[in-house]
Design a protein around this ligand. Structure first.
Ligand code: SF4
Ligand code: SF4
Length: 302
């Protein structure tokens, strides 16, 4: 199984939840993530193998039986490689409130597709936007056929390890139960994984510091890399609430907020990655988070 998410959505923890749930229900399990520099909003992948026998293979899963996509915008992000190694029988799950035709404007996955609005469930039942790891783990467990009791146990273990409170874990388990029961699972490929298209998973590039100063020159960290497609929520200004304090300008980690002569922020949405730090720091709540509804159909890298 391969999970694709954005930094902060919990794809890595979801892969652990699935692995632990499978282990609790009697499988051998293995999980591991892959990402470059830890950066909120950046594409992340995580892998879970489960089997009845000891698992000797290590490393990335090039030809998955199940792909879980935590945000539809990843599908059109060329650096996320969501489509890599997918065959006609690979089951694909996408977290989105949109229809399949809206998400796959101009293209499609070859295999069975499942869709459910996990972010909507998180907003409604958990009262938060991101960290949907328990819900991603739940839909994966449903497709794989891991039982609900093992899923609940795995969510409890993994979220406890992360320091989540008992009350929040209980709410995550209840929301996960809801997603588990709401999904109509597609069949997984019969037998072991076969060979699909050539895999091009990303290899991180590390550059040497220049004269003792950190030098960030790789394409993923420059003006040439339009990180606007990373957003699941966008910051939006309510002008009459803004007092012109410049705090959003100072806190934006990517420097994508400019200020007008009237001390109002202007956000460069081509490069705003949607971390919501400006929303959290604005003292007058003049910046609010609005969900990106368009997904892959709306945002195009130029
Ligand atoms: S932090 Fe809020 S109040 Fe201050 S300039 Fe930014 S939007 Fe306006
Ligand atoms: S504008 Fe706000 S949401 Fe966008 S990158 Fe800057 S701090 Fe994050």
């Amino acid at each position: 199984m391969r999970f694709h998410g954005r930094g902060g959505q919990g794809a890595k923890t979801a892969s652990r939840i699935l692995g632990t749930a499978a282990f609790l229900s009697g499988f051998q399990a293995q999980d591991a993530p892959i990402y470059g520099a830890e950066r909120r909003g950046a594409p992340v992948a995580a892998f879970t193998r489960i089997a009845r026998r000891p698992i000797r293979e290590r490393g990335v899963i090039a030809h998955p039986d199940l792909v879980v996509v935590a945000d539809a915008s990843l599908i059109s992000d060329p650096t996320a490689h969501v489509m890599d190694g997918i065959r006609s029988d690979t089951a694909v799950f996408v977290n989105s409130p949109l229809s399949k035709s809206q998400v796959w404007e101009g293209g499609s996955f070859p295999g069975p597709i499942m869709m459910l609005d996990l972010t909507g469930v998180a907003l409604e039942r958990l009262g938060k936007r991101e960290a949907i790891s328990a819900l991603l783990g739940a839909v994966a467990a449903r497709v794989v056929g891991v039982d609900e009791a093992s899923l609940r146990g795995a969510i409890g273990r993994e979220l406890t390890d992360l320091g989540v409170s008992a009350e929040a874990i209980e709410r995550n388990q209840a929301a996960a139960d809801f997603c588990y029961r709401s999904l109509t699972p597609a069949p997984l490929p019969a037998g072991s994984a076969g060979q699909g298209a050539k895999t091009r998973l990303q290899t991180p590039v590390y550059e040497s510091p220049t004269l003792g100063t950190a030098h960030i020159g790789a394409s993923a960290n420059s003006v040439l890399r339009e990180t606007g497609g990373w957003r699941t929520f966008r910051p939006v200004l309510i002008p009459n609430k803004c007092n012109g304090c410049w705090l959003c300008f100072a806190f934006c980690p990517d420097g994508v907020i400019a200020m007008t002569a009237e001390d109002k922020p202007v956000i460069d949405y081509d490069h705003c990655k949607g971390c919501q730090i400006c929303v959290q720091e604005c003292p007058t709540h003049a910046l609010v988070a609005e969900r990106e509804q368009e997904g892959a159909a709306a945002w195009r890298a130029k």
